[in-house]
Structures are given as C-alpha cells and as structure tokens.
Design a protein around this ligand. Structure first.
Ligand code: SF4
Length: 521
C-alpha cells in the first residue's frame, strides 16, 4: 500500500489485526468511533450530535509504545492519517484527512490488577438521588475524564475493557439518546446492547470526580428512550420479562396464584395476612424467592428463622406483586408505576409493624423509588432485621474445625444502600464458621438492573467469575450472599468451574436457619 491508495477500512482493519494480533483491538463500528473520539481534538463532538463524516474511520486500541508505532505504520501505509489519542496538543486535522485514531491510554484491569481498595467500599452510602434531571449526569468533563472507565466490572469481565462498554462509553451513548441529538448514535441493536448490558451496579459512581451519582438515572433514562420507541431493538428476553410481569405480576411468567406455593416446603406454618388484619412483621418475599427452585430456599429459611424466633409474622401471599426494581431499571417506568400502585394498595390494606424484604432489589425499590409516587415505606432488608432480633450469645459454639465463609455484597444492598455491616455481623456470629472478608464490593454478579434477563450471545458472559476466584483464593468453603440473583449467578460460576466439591454458595438466611436448627437439635 502507498499513501496515495484510497483508504480501505476493511483492508486496513485486516492489516492491523494481522500485525498486532490479540495485543490490540481494532474497531470500525460507529458507536466505538464516536465514543473514542469524544476527546478534546474532535471539537464537533464535545456536544451531542455532529456529523458521522467527521469521525475517525478506524480506532486501534494498543497496549504498548511498540504497538503504537506498528499501528501508525500500518495506518499510514493504508492511506490513513494516524492520530494519537491523548496528545497534549491538538493535531491539525484537515477535512480531507481519513483519520485512524490510535488509543494507547492506560486503563485499570479488574480483577487481575485490582487492589483491595479498588474493590472495597470507599463510599459506603451511595444512595442515589432520583431528583436530578437526567441531562446533568453527563457533563463536559465526561469528555475528558476517564477515571470511571476502568471501574466497570461488566466491561472488564465481559467486554474486554472496550471503552464503548465502559461507564464513560455508556454515559456518552446515553447522552446522545436522551438529548434527542441528530448525531451518529441512534437506536440500534448495538446501542441497545451497550445500555442493557449495564448492571446498574453503581461501581462507576465511586471514582467520579464530578460526583455524578445521578448517572444511574441517566442510564435508566436512556433505556427509557429505547423502551418507549419499542422499535425492535429492545432485547427480546427483556421484552418478554416485561410482558410476563404485566400479565402475571412476576418476571418469569409463572401464575400469580402459585406465588405462595413455596410455603408448602417451609415445614412451618406461614400465615397469609389478609386485608384489614394486623401483623407485627410482614415479610415481602419477592419474585425470585417465591418462584425460583433454588432460591425458594431463601423464603423457606426466613420462614423457619421467623418461626424459631417466635415472631408474629406473615406474608401477602398471592396478593404480592413484583416490586418492579428491575423493570424500572430497564426503563419501563409505566409498568413500574403500575406495580407501585398494586403493591401500595395491598400494603395499605394491612396493619403491619415492620416491613422486611427477602431480597435487596425489593428493599431498594421500597426504600428509594416508591416515594417518587407518594408511597413512603420504611423497609428493612432481612439482614438488618435479624441483627436486631437475633442474640449472638444464644448461638453456641460448634465443635471441630470451623469452615471458612466469605461474603459478596449485593450491589443493591451494599453500594446503593450502604448495608454492609449487618450481613458481616451475622456471618461473624455463625457457629462453626470463620469469616474471611474478600471485600468484593466493587465487583458484580451481573444480575442487577434487569441484566438477569439480558443475553448477548456475541460475548462470553461470566461477570460472576472474579468473585468465585476471590473466594477460592481466600480458602473459602462457603461463598455467602444476601441476594437471590447473586446466589443464582455464583452457583452458575461455581458449576462452570467444576467447583461442586470445593465451594458452596449459600444465602445468609440459609446459614442462619441451619444454625438455628443446630440449636434446636
Ligand atoms: S453501573 Fe456498573 S455496570 Fe453500569 S456502567 Fe457503571 S460500573 Fe458499569
């Protein structure tokens, strides 16, 4: 090739991939070219919109100075103008230039290079303010700041650290959709994947020097834009989840009248509290512990614990509806409002003392989101409740070598709501166990934000893998969780790694129930 050859994107992509192998990532899709060019030299793209013709035609992400030189040579030979991203001086780009952007910016890698600080909670209470206007989450500084991009555990574990799927990339794409800009980013299957693959874990809010905790709302607002259009790019599995929720009150499509069937497995009497009745403790079971074969053990365990504590307690039975946390997070606000109205009416009809949730997603919705519709609830996650009601002095020692138990914080319990001490206290109290903390808060099982229903067959989906590895490195016999979605995803990761005989995944409720049964026996 010579400098006068008409630039051929496909040919230069092939040349670059042959020269750099898996040391580089070569990108030609419009979303990548757009996200990677949101930098100071591409002034047209500092604001939403712009012209696709101004974008670089190819982006090469390299990881060494040597490879930068190779990329430069290949691009030049292919008739492209190599531009190095991150240069202090703005290069003089002529309108006739065919730009090949070389990105050699360093990023942090999770989990391999992750130190304890980066994966532990540094801001324990990151409660999201839902009042901020969605367009404030992305500001000019997002165009030049990059600190958040290395903090996305989904990007790091699933998307190979490509900036388009980082927090920064998602924010840039969200800005385009929510401002209605007539730029190169529009509704497409890939844009849908970029947004719906976010687990709303909240990890990217931690390092943000702009304190953009309302980025959560910005991401949801962008998904709303896609959901409202319903123009064929909503992931099919999420579409089905939404339809099932509307029809059956749960995202799985199980009959509403089977919601309380789990009580038949409880082995203790479970009271269904009817309208106008009173109860001291009302357990909101949630969809997964009600229906999922594995996670019914959570509901059963809580029933046995409450029974052992001799509480006046009950459930709403088949009148309970999905809390709507996932549905809201994927952008279906209308369905969420419907669920709020249904659950609010049911809760209002009952005279209860304490509302306890079995899962962090219902807890988060009740604690944070229902108030927007004038429904003020004061829920407790069951770990908070048990810390108040259990007396550790009543738990006798178990003879023999203790097993090692560790814990992973659910994003919607730890990061979003700051509930980190109570689960650990319960694990510290457990007879027969030694608690070792892997501090994996900044990692994510991948199930939040409706991501449990998101499928992208083009990538290897194993965001839960690093947590299982940390647990194994810590010598854990048991990986404890306090969320049914964490339980499901870590079970899968455990089986994928053939760790059936080495690592057990248990919800804390299961461990407490076992401890109490030990006492009873
Ligand atoms: S909320 Fe979590 S998954 Fe979504 S962009 Fe931020 S770090 Fe990534």
């Amino acid at each position: 090739m010579s400098e006068t050859t008409t630039p051929d994107v496909a040919a230069v992509q092939t040349e670059l991939e042959a020269a750099l192998g898996d040391r580089a990532t070569v990108m030609t899709e419009v979303e990548d070219r757009y996200v990677y060019s949101i930098e100071k030299w591409f002034d047209a793209y500092r604001e939403p919109g712009g012209d696709e013709a101004d974008l670089p035609e190819v982006v090469v992400r390299v990881r060494s100075v040597e490879d930068t030189e190779t990329a430069r040579e290949v691009l030049t030979a292919g008739g492209f103008r190599p531009v190095l991203r991150g240069s202090l001086e703005r290069p003089a780009i002529d309108a006739s230039d065919h730009v090949g952007l070389i990105d050699e910016t360093d990023v942090w890698h999770l989990p391999a290079d992750l130190d304890a600080q980066a994966r532990s909670i540094t801001q324990p209470d990151l409660r999201v303010e839902h009042t901020a206007a969605p367009d404030v989450f992305i500001q000019d500084r997002c165009a030049t700041h990059t600190v958040c991009k290395g903090y996305c555990p989904i990007n790091q574990t699933v998307y190979g650290d490509v900036e388009t799927f980082s927090a920064k990339g998602r924010a840039i794409v969200s800005r385009e959709l929510t401002t209605g800009a007539d730029g190169p980013i529009s509704h497409s299957k890939r844009v849908s994947d970029i947004l719906f693959s976010c687990a709303t874990c909240g990890n990217c809010f931690r390092p943000c020097t702009g304190e953009l905790t309302d980025m959560y709302e910005g991401l949801i607002e962008a998904k709303r834009a896609i959901i409202e259009e319903r123009d064929g790019v909503v992931p099919g599995t999420i579409q089905r989840m939404l339809e099932d929720t509307f029809k059956y009150g749960n995202p799985y499509g199980f009959p509403a009248e089977q919601r309380a069937d789990w009580t038949e497995e409880a082995g203790v009497e479970v009271r269904v509290v009817e309208p106008d009745e009173s109860v001291d403790v009302l357990l909101f079971v949630g969809c997964d512990p009600s229906y999922d074969v594995r996670n019914r053990r959570i509901a059963v365990s809580l029933a046995r614990i409450f029974d052992a504590l001799d509480l006046d307690w009950g459930i709403l039975g088949n009148a309970e509806r999905c809390s709507g946390n996932h549905q809201r997070a994927v952008g279906e606000e209308g369905l969420f409002e419907y669920l709020v109205e249904e659950n609010a009416a049911t809760l209002e009809a009952v005279d209860y003392g304490t509302l306890v949730t079995a899962d962090p997603h219902s807890f988060h919705a009740f604690r944070n989101d229902y108030a927007e519709y004038g429904v003020d609830l004061d829920p407790m996650h069951y770990t908070q409740f048990l810390v108040e009601r259990l007396d550790p002095d009543d738990l006798p020692d178990v003879p023999g070598e203790p097993k090692v138990v560790t814990y992973h914080d659910s994003c919607y319990l730890g990061t979003h709501n700051g509930v980190t001490a109570e689960p650990r206290a319960l694990l510290e109290w457990l007879p027969g166990y030694e608690f070792v903390d892997i501090e994996s808060q900044a990692l994510c099982c991948g199930g939040g934000g409706g991501r449990m229903w998101f499928e992208d067959p083009s990538v290897d989906q194993r965001p839960a893998q690093p947590v299982v590895e940390l647990a194994m490195d810590a010598g854990a016999d048991v990986l404890a969780v306090a969320c049914p979605f964490c339980a499901t995803n870590f079970e899968e990761a455990r089986l994928f790694n053939h760790l059936e005989d080495e690592l057990v995944v248990k919800d804390i409720s299961e461990l407490v129930a076992e401890a109490l049964e030990t006492i009873a026996g």
